[in-house]
Design a binder for this molecule. Sequence first.
Ligand code: NAI
Ligand code: NAD
Ligand code: ISE
Length: 335
Amino acid sequence: MALRVGVIGTGAIGEEHIRRIQFKLVGAEIVAVTDVNLERAAEVIKDIPGARVEKTGQAVIEAADVDAIVVTSWGATHEEYVLGSIAAGKPVFCEKPLATTAAGAKRIVDAEMAAGKKLVQVGFMRRYDSGYRMLKEVVDNGSIGDSLIVHCAHRNPEVGESYMTDMAIHDTVIHEIDVIRWLLNDDYVSAQVLMPKKTKNAFSHLSDPQIVLLETAEGRRVDVEVFVNAKYGYDIQCEVVGEEGIARLPEPQSVVMRKDAKYGTNILMDWKKRFIDSYDVELQEWIDSTAKGEVDGPTSWDGYRAAVTADACVKAQTSGAIEAIPAEPKPDFYK
Ligand code: NAI
Ligand code: NAD
Ligand code: ISE
């Protein structure tokens, strides 16, 4: 029988995930959705026979015909719905961030361990991207020797007025925080954030761009330029500097053209297309493992460690200081 999925949050990525689960992937169907904007929720499922709108997220979680939950509402609401899903004993796929504070993510880890069963997967889809997977293979097989430095850039063409300075960390750099920890198999010990000259294209309340500097337990350095009004495109860069060579994240496939006295390729403008294949792989694997009663993607522990790092980065945004990131052993439950 198909896994019956309920979705909380039918905005940009909620709609994308609903459509891929219902029309593209196999083994699952959408049975219930909700959004604080109920009209939007109804619009998104209008061509899905049998799917209905529930009035609240809790109603989706509790519905007898919902086997598993997908949380795609705003970041600050994730904790409540993930805790609700754990309390109901139902598997939950939660878009990043797991919670917007380390304390919130810790409450989820504690609740999941108390329930005695892994139920939560976090939407860190870059771990499923073929480019990052190739890069990890090179790092792991020693082709460039030990990794010393990682240079990253995370550029969005623009963001809305509701995007605040701390969201550069929780909403955007959270992807690098997770994927570089996974790539290096190392964890962070300190964070610093530098604020370069501000672009004229950002709203007055937003510091943009920013440079996040992370240090790992093994002494590696990671720098992330986050620039969310970069105008020219959606651009994700990652370069690992090793003792014996350099390894770069491949560019997305694109036809090279010679035209109008120029030689080049198009640059994507939208996150929806940049990681489209990884969302498909991520959610198909989630459906398959959930059907077997397992979690084999990024766990609450990964979401929690990302949140601990994000807390230090947010503190560093205002203090200007190097902020420590406390180390913690991974509980046996997550090994
Ligand atoms: P969005 O603003 O387009 O959609 C969020 C939706 O959630 C809205 O429709 C809103 O009305 C609804 N919502 C908010 N609070 C709610 C609540 N308490 N109950 C029910 N519905 C609620 O935002 P977007 O871009 O879709 O982002 C949603 C989440 O997905 C965020 O956590 C974001 O970080 C994550 N995301 C992840 C991406 C990735 O690459 N993995 C890409 C884009 C977003
Ligand atoms: P969005 O604003 O387009 O959609 C969010 C939706 O959630 C809105 O429709 C909003 O009405 C609804 N919502 C908010 N609070 C709610 C609540 N309490 N109950 C029910 N619905 C609620 O945002 P988005 O771009 O779709 O982002 C949503 C989440 O997805 C965020 O956490 C974001 O970080 C994440 N995201 C991840 C990726 C990725 O690449 N993994 C990309 C985009 C967004
Ligand atoms: C968005 O929520 C995402 O997750 C995108 O991948 C990221 O590039 C963007 O900055 C976020 O707002």
